[in-house]
Ligand binder design. Structure first.
Ligand code: NAI
Length: 394
């Protein structure tokens, strides 16, 4: 029997015993992965009584891969993600100074995971720096393949930078570079296709989940053709493909300039629901919103290509080397990423049950130290104790 997840006509076909490849991750990866697996497996067992079960398949990447195989990202790992469509990963150390790209970036680019999806909601019990964290309930769709993040850059003083400036000044007639001799240059590609597929994903998500609004966040007032293009193409796409939904009020689309958006989300977060934005804006926005509900320890994420079905769910924080191996790490970022994965598979009740258990545990003031220290009379638990508390609350 085939246990592979497949896709047909844009719809995932998920067997009852799907094989899910996973990368444990470096640093705290092992600890948070064990916690995640324990809670996910227990939930599925409770809900589906053996009729459904995840078959976890470990893949190597990062330090563990390097130690065992001499490469940071073995081809076998990449092929398995391609083959099995849906996977999950812990944080990976970015190798420094060896001419190797970030492993995360490599995975995203190779699989063309164009949507970085980050839900942001508050769990009661968690301390937040804002007055009304319960008003924060958004999901960010960040474009993941373009923008100034495409990595097309030339350093000041290099022959490439000189050549590029010559091209700009001689062939393009540009006179706007203030200090040409000492400038580094970066290119910001933003395409209609890239913007449309991202914005379409955000709109589809909003419609499917009956969410009140999609907001295009951009800096089009300054960068007219790139960020402005994103906005223009977004509205045109909605008019073209979702005319009926717009007319019936099922889809509400608006836009906001990125700097105003950062301010507005602090002042009136209830005005926002689904956010579609470009790569760099999305990076800043994700961190601000995550901080508003308690920080990166509980911020989940996924990188998805909705057309091919490929998706990698991941903890959004790093390997936390300062606490690795100390049984202190908060597993919630990875666990909530796993709940996003369950939702993506269509196992919604499992996803909901885990979120409820997390909330209940926080309400009992039980948490790992990173969160418990900010709670009034917070009970600081180790990773394994916290995992047990979650299981008890399922
Ligand atoms: P980091 O996120 O690992 O740590 C920042 C701070 O947050 C540390 O004080 C850490 O103890 C704390 N922290 C992070 N996750 C936590 C958790 N689950 N529970 C409790 N506390 C937690 O960021 P840093 O130190 O900048 O990066 C360390 C390594 O991680 C680097 O090699 C970096 O390249 C890599 N990294 C990997 C990412 C990924 O795989 N997605 C993302 C970010 C960084």
């Amino acid at each position: 029997m085939d246990h592979k997840i497949t896709i047909k006509n844009n719809k995932l076909i998920v067997p009852d015993y799907p094989v899910i490849p996973y990368i444990e991750g470096d640093g705290i990866g092992k600890e948070i992965f064990q916690a995640t697996q324990t809670v996910v497996d227990k939930t599925i067992e409770m809900l589906y009584c053996g009729k459904r079960k995840i078959q976890w398949k470990e893949l190597l990447a990062g330090e563990k891969a390097y130690d065992q195989t001499g490469t940071w990202l073995p081809e076998e790992t990449m092929n398995a993600f391609k083959d099995y469509l849906v996977g999950i990963k812990g944080p990976l150390t970015t190798p420094v100074g060896e001419g190797i790209r970030s492993l995360n970036v490599t995975l995203r680019q190779e699989l063309d995971l164009y949507a970085c999806v980050r839900p942001v909601r508050w769990f009661s019990g968690v301390e937040s720096p804002v007055k009304y964290p319960e008003k924060v309930d958004m999901i960010i769709f960040r474009e993941n393949t373009e923008d100034i993040y495409a990595g097309i850059e030339w350093e000041e003083g290099t022959p490439e930078a000189v050549k590029f400036y010559q091209f700009l000044s001689k062939e393009m007639g540009t006179k706007k570079v203030r200090f040409p001799e000492t400038s580094s240059f970066g290119i910001k590609p933003v395409s209609k296709e890239g913007s449309e597929r991202l914005i379409r994903s955000a709109i589809e998500y909003a419609l499917k989940n009956k969410l009140p609004k999609v907001t295009l966040v951009h800096k089009g007032n300054i960068m007219k053709f790139t960020e402005g293009g994103f906005k223009k193409w977004g509205y045109a796409l909605a008019e073209r493909e979702y005319k009926k939904e717009l007319e019936e009020g099922k889809l509400v689309l608006d836009d906001c300039i990125a700097d105003a958006f950062l301010q507005n989300t602090l002042l009136k977060p209830e005005n926002y629901s689904v956010i579609a934005t470009l790569n760099l804006n999305g990076d800043y926005i994700s961190d601000q919103l995550a901080a508003m509900v308690g920080g990166i320890g509980i911020a989940p994420g996924a990188n998805i290509n909705y057309l091919t079905g490929h998706a990698i769910f991941e903890a959004t924080h790093g390997t936390a080397p300062d606490i690795a191996g100390k049984n202190m790490a908060n597993p919630c970022s990875l666990l909530l990423s796993a709940t996003m994965m369950l939702e993506y598979l269509g196992w919604k009740e499992a996803s909901k049950k885990i979120e409820e258990a997390i909330e209940k545990t926080f309400q009992q003031k039980k948490a790992t130290t990173d969160l418990a220290r900010f709670m009034d009379n917070g009970i600081s638990l180790s990773t394994t104790e916290f995992t047990q508390a979650l299981v008890n609350n399922l």
